[in-house]
Design a protein around this ligand. Structure first.
Ligand code: NIG
Ligand code: FE
Length: 405
């Protein structure tokens, strides 16, 4: 619908609203969680990024609109919110993946390969690569994406990465503390000083959120390249003082301080959470409502790691989100449907919990509301199927597409 015109979407066999008010009174726990409306209609106004939801409800009660579109008895869900990705990179690490499949473990060392290729790429090359990956995501139903820097690791290349990411999403994250780059390998403290000093100053020079919303750190004592708990605390506290919200890569390769640190500092999200002990789970439960545990099952898949026990986390009361972590090393897949299928098959989540985690909870970790409700942006995804159960059921089949308005 153009500006000022309204469009009535009909033929919606099942609508996931993520609206708790619509979940009330539903007997199926999955339907209640997702705020399911069957035989639904939605009215939207405006087009493209400006499209807004005007009305949601049963088709039989739908008011008139200027135009109509029949979706053919399909399921409609909120667009996926991919709250963790590293799309700004050049180069190819497929050989590293192949070696891993025959037993070479992941240790973060390959990041240097992407850093070298990214530094060598022109702005236009990098921009085309990132735009291509965002388009690939949209074709798989993702309508909102967070993008991190972290393959520049010089002041200029980190700023350039964030600028290019910002052209495609407002949800950008400064990850200067991805790894210690090779040229600083024997001077770790000097690199932490660079990240928390001149780099961070430049990131916030035009205002705290002009270039990045958040700061992130790869907190991982099991990788020689990443940061330990003390270094991570220094980096996160500096980012918070500069006005950025906090995100953490924690407990990916083994047990460590990342998850507890993220909870203590009130991070919006701690991501991976592959290796958790009882104290980590306790910290996540206590941080409920503030810190989301973002699980990235594509990473376990692509690194031959055990999966985290999402069932236990949800049963304990932890807020669990799902995201892709699309990156050249640990998971070069941008597919949220794959993450959902793995979450259901390998981590004990119900199909409804997995969909909720990849929409409502991941949105919350970015400070967003993504209910399908009047006043919200019309970011909708259509399934070539009658219900959301088909997302995991039809694994690997391209049944998902973002709705162009
Ligand atoms: O989220 N763990 C740190 N960073 C990425 C992987 C980066 C890479 O290997 O290129 C991740 O898994
Ligand atoms: Fe990551």
């Amino acid at each position: 619908a153009g500006a000022g015109t309204t469009l009535l979407l009909t033929g919606i066999a099942e609508l996931t609203t993520n609206d708790a008010a619509r979940g009330e009174g539903q007997t199926d726990p999955g339907d209640a969680l997702l705020g399911i409306v069957r035989d639904a209609a939605v009215i939207v106004s405006g087009s493209g990024a400006d499209a807004r939801i005007e009305w949601v409800g049963p088709a039989a009660e739908a008011p008139d609109a200027d135009e109509r579109r029949d979706l053919g008895r399909r399921a409609v869900i909120p667009g996926f919110v991919d709250s963790h990705s590293h799309l700004v990179f050049a180069g190819d690490r497929s050989a590293e993946f192949a070696a891993r499949m025959t037993g070479t473990p992941y240790d973060g060392g390959g990041i240097a390969v992407s850093v070298a290729a990214t530094r060598a790429a022109s702005d236009d090359e990098l921009r085309a690569l990132v735009a291509g990956r965002v388009a690939e995501m949209r074709a798989q139903g993702t309508t909102t994406v967070e993008i991190k820097s972290g393959y520049g690791l010089t002041l200029e290349d980190e700023l350039r990465s964030l600028r290019i990411a910002r052209e495609l999403t407002p949800h950008t994250t400064f990850l200067g503390a991805h790894v210690v780059p090779r040229e600083y390998a024997t001077r770790r403290a000097a690199y932490v000083d660079l990240v928390t000093g001149p780099m961070l100053d430049a990131v916030v020079a035009d205002g705290p959120t002009a270039l990045a919303e958040s700061i992130d750190v790869f907190c991982e004592p099991h990788s020689a390249h990443a940061f330990d708990g003390d270094e991570a605390r220094t980096i996160l506290e500096a980012g918070r003082a500069a006005g950025l919200s906090l995100r953490v890569h924690g407990n990916q390769l083994g047990h460590g301080p990342g998850v507890r640190l993220a909870c203590e500092l009130g991070a919006r999200s701690v991501d991976h959470c592959t290796f958790l002990d009882a104290a980590d789970v306790e910290a996540l439960v206590a941080a409920r409502g503030t810190t989301v545990a973002t699980l990235l099952p594509g990473v376990e898949f692509s690194t031959r790691s055990p999966y985290p026990d999402a069932r236990a986390l949800i049963d304990a009361g932890v807020d669990v989100a799902l995201a892709s972590d699309c990156n050249p090393g640990t998971c070069y897949s941008s597919s949220i449907p794959l993450a959902i299928a793995l979450a259901v098959r390998e981590m004990g989540m119900t199909p409804a919990e997995a969909l909720h985690a990849a929409t409502a909870v991941s949105a919350r970790s970015l400070g967003l509301d993504r209910r399908v409700a009047p006043g919200q942006p019309a970011e909708l995804t259509v399934l070539d199927a009658p219900s959301h159960l088909h997302l995991a059921y039809r694994a690997g089949v391209p049944i998902v597409r973002a709705l162009d308005l």
